[in-house]
Design a protein around this ligand. Structure first.
Ligand SMILES: *Cc1c(COP(=O)(O)O)cnc(C)c1O
Length: 361
């Protein structure tokens, strides 16, 4: 007997990266920040604020939106905040797409997009990435559909330029174009500066990666007033108090702490370059990444086996079973020591006969 309604019974849910509790791993599998939240966020959450959890939070999230607006040089009316950027993606597919307003996105990208489409019965088309895993901008011109592109893309770490985004926006004026900037702070120009020019642009971002608040669940969107009002409408029709009081405070403190943000961001970029070099020295093919992860493969072993070998040694990375990328691993950039340990472990595995192919025997 299934109590779930019939229309959802065959639906496939999104599978988040594992969060195992069985032992302590070096966790390089869900693109969290290895650095703690801003010390200012810690200060903002004190005993009195915990006591005030008896009260509902501000549904308009006014102060937080004010701070985000200031940081990005837009008006508060151009900012929407929600319970993680997944929540905003959810609202987008629910409220902005349907059978007629279909969606297009790359075949290799954030795995949640097709899940939302299936949940809401939104028709979608997956556009194959080019052979080098880049997004071919020509494929998105005049598509007569809402466009969703992660920039940098996940799990490849590859980017498209603002000029390319402009071309897509211009050729699809009557459709919304969502740019998912979860990883933008690790080395790409943000499309938020185009929001004033294009009312069909929706930039979605998160505090989960570059601002070390994945557990706080906080995402934001920057877009034209029209699009923001649309998102508000959906939010007020589902869960107006979707961001809790403590997260509102932590988020505001984090977005105002530019210095700490910059320090963490730089360290991750440096460590990413170190990791790329060391993996390449060991024969890995590493896709040049502008995110807080690298996407890499070794010809002599399939991705699934290497993932398991690393897991046995206490290092968790992410492996995807999709045909085109099944030989790759997505490795989150952790602290320098963690990445040194990863490299050391790869060297140990390479000494085990037959493990990483002939060149190691
Ligand atoms: C991590 C990630 C998200 C989700 O972020 P949350 O704010 O934690 O919900 C959205 N899009 C992409 C591409 C991501 O990698």
């Amino acid at each position: 007997m299934s109590f779930l309604s019939k229309k959802y019974s065959s639906m496939e849910a999104y599978t988040p990266g594992e969060q195992p509790r069985d032992k302590k791993y070096i966790k390089l599998n869900t693109n969290e920040s290895p650095y703690p939240a801003s010390p200012k966020a810690l200060e903002a959450i004190n005993a009195n604020e915990v006591k005030d959890l008896r009260l509902y939070p501000d549904p308009t999230c006014s102060e937080l939106r004010e701070s985000i607006a200031k940081r990005y040089g837009v008006e508060k009316e151009n900012v929407f905040v929600s319970n993680g950027s997944d929540d905003i993606l959810n609202f987008f597919f629910l409220g902005f797409c349907d059978e007629e307003k279909t969606a297009v996105f790359p075949d290799i990208t954030y795995g949640f997009y097709p899940v939302y489409c299936n949940l809401y019965g939104v028709k979608y088309r997956e556009i194959p990435l080019r052979d080098d895993f880049s997004v071919g901008v020509e494929d998105y011109l005049d598509v007569k559909a809402n466009v969703v592109i992660a920039n940098p893309n996940a799990p490849t770490g590859k980017t498209i330029s603002l000029d390319d985004i402009k071309r897509i926006l211009e050729s699809n004026r009557d459709y919304a174009c969502l740019i998912d900037e979860a990883y933008v702070d690790f080395g790409t120009e943000s499309a938020t500066k185009l929001v004033g020019e294009y009312d069909n642009l929706l930039v979605v971002s998160t505090f989960s990666k570059s601002r070390s608040l994945a557990g706080g669940r906080l995402g934001f969107a920057i877009a034209s007033r029209e699009i923001i009002e649309g998102l508000e409408k959906i939010k007020y029709s589902t869960n107006p108090y979707s961001i809790n009081r403590l997260t509102l405070l932590a988020g505001k403190a984090a977005i105002e702490d530019e210095e700490y943000f910059e320090e963490c961001r730089q360290k991750i970029i440096e460590t990413r370059e170190y990791t790329t070099r060391e993996l390449e020295k060991r024969g890995f093919k590493v896709i040049p990444s502008k995110a807080n992860f690298v996407f890499a493969k070794l010809d002599s072993i399939d991705g699934g086996s290497l993932y398991l070998k690393l897991k046995e040694k206490g290092i968790l990375v992410r492996h995807f079973k999709k045909e085109r990328i099944k030989d790759y691993l997505r490795i989150t950039i952790g602290k320098r020591e963690e990445m040194e340990k990863l490299i050391e472990t790869i060297d140990i595995l390479a000494q085990e006969p037959m493990l990483l192919g002939e060149e190691t025997i």
